[in-house]
Write a protein that binds this ligand. Sequence first.
Ligand code: GAR
Length: 195
Amino acid sequence: MKNVAIFASGSGTNAENIVRYFSKSETIKVAVVLSNNRNVGVHARVNKLGVPSFVFSREEFADGAPVLAKLSAASDVYKRQDLIVLAGFMNKISDPLLNAYPGKIINIHPALLPKYGGKGMYGIHVHKAVVAAGERETGITIHYIDEHYDEGTVIFQAKCPVLPSDTPEEVAAKVHALEYAHYPKVIEDLLAARI
Ligand code: GAR
């Protein structure tokens, strides 16, 4: 059984979708969800599906050791997670985590990187910028995490049209649909070393 940990900061619809996708899997299990926020939807979403979730403080995240200990404790194989999946996680990953899991941390960004990435570009802010620029298409990017924001090697992208009449909320809905359709499959393929 391969173990996956999800990091999420907010509502957690992607986290829930990933947990549901693997709930019957015999090879992949979402072992734990970690968050920097206590009062956000992701906890209830995954807890009701039987996945534990924990909150870490800013200090614990920067230190790394308490977060790494949670990841180890939640793994039933070799005390390691096979993949760390960021799903709406709004902090930059700290160096201790990057060093402990090199090449094993992936993120989903709600735009076609390198466009609309970087500091301040998260969630609805991305879609507002896309609409304001009059873009005719946007999409999702799944990429490895490195020490720079939104700059790691791209694993997968998918596109959707943006209509002149679309609001940022309508663009967000289209992008979320792409995320739900593709993120679990990309995780599955990565863990099976198919990509
Ligand atoms: C998702 O659209 C994700 O791509 C985005 O936040 C949303 C979280 O939604 N992530 C970023 O903007 C990271 N820079 P969710 O909490 O419902 O899964």
